[in-house]
Design a protein. Sequence first.
Length: 533
Amino acid sequence: MTTRRGNRVGPGLRRQRASRVLVVALAHGIGLALAGCEGQGDDGAGLVIRNAPIAERCTPGGRPFPSGLAVLSEAVARAALVQSEPPGLLVYGIEAPEPVPFTFVNIGTDSDGDGRDDAAAMAEVSGRALRPTMGGIRALDDGLALVSTSNYEQVLFADPSTGAPIEVAIEVPGAIPPERFPLLPPPGSAASRTGLSTLACVAPTTDVDSSGRPIEPEPRCDADAPSYRTTLTAGASVAGGRLFVATSNLLRGSRFLPGTVLVFDWETGPTGITVRPVVEPAMLFTTGFNPTGVARVVTPGGRELVLVTVTGVIGSGSGAGNVQSDAAIDVIDPVAARLVATIPLERAGPAFDAPAVDAAGRIAWLGASSQRQLYAVDLRALDAPGLLAGGGPPVVLDGATTGFPDARVFDGDRPLVLPARGDGRAGSCEGFTHVALNRAASEVFATDFCDGTFTRVRLDLAGDPPIPYPRERFQVAGQSAPFAPNDAIGELRTPGELAVRQGVPGVDFTTPDVLVLAGQPDGHLCALRVESP
């Protein structure tokens, strides 16, 4: 049976995103704040917050910059927030006008349940006593979520409805080299753990990093050839009986080693879950630097695939100059464990989240890390005949490859630009947007960390138009300013990740339908009415 263990501390946050948001925030001199600001309508077409300060619909969520948010089904009516300090999961009820704290579970000093203090175990294998830095969360269902951490690189298993850790069986095949995963059970053995170590040795296919500097040998991996260990564990998802985990492999500053996606077998049986590192391929290399978000998708034609946000090299500032290399969405066939396609996004600098995909698998959206804009790709292109055939390099879906369509709707060269805040207030950075789709896939909702806005974009996915969807099918429908700009003092600000409740507003629930993480002055979970009555 699957067992659970944890240290609860009564009722009441991509690591990669949280640490990067913090870098951006500090780079722009954000101070402390305390209160809220009024929402604005848009002649009845925009977001309405009942003329009440947004702070009244926000519930504290620990230290600044929560790093992850998952919203569960209406059968559970809860949301899980990843908190940074102390590290753990906060669970909220979402049936009231504002989120109601349910419980907090600290991950503790032995987060993976291997019987050793995390920092001591890391010091033993790397010489540095590193503890977990919390990252993103992906709920696979109401009872199981994947939570990434960096520094102590791993994926934690937790029940998002209670925050409690979940034990899984980790089996390491005897053919796995002993140095590949230094914190997993020894090759040929198995153990029950609440976390899966993603600290892994990498033998890159290129000998230079993103700056063009040579990759030196890592003696603990291979003293005679370029090698390194994974860092900055990012998104994770399960598809085709496998677990895929992106590692960004940040080196120093804005330098990145080649991006990797680790591959594990994932088996669910009567006694619980078994996770097993794949011998070959142990990992996949992304087409660009800095892979972050990972999402499972089923296309309109029924293909189960994995999408990976390849963000590219991003600096610690803002604006177009902060984007230092090309971005893409890479596509993995999970059964073959092979990179089959890539959708180039040019110098987009996407946000670090997983692509937001509509339930029918027709379109995927990304925010932007450095500008006030959005990107979208037409997933119908992934049903093209021959896409999964052969074993050659990934197909580039830019319209230049014979027999394959262009999947790009909005990219770095042709973004969907969001309007500026209408009241004249502006933040000290040029944009940092996050997106979510409503249940009907008729609108995209976007927050902007910098100016505090909430924007609605209307979608028209009807019929069978040519691939890619014509750009005129997507129009900004309204904007409000429920949060203050990021440089405001004394106001609730820096909205980040957002999520839409899974039920039908007004049918399955009458309370707010969109949840947003606000980063300052402390972390808050805010409830917004967009389509709710």
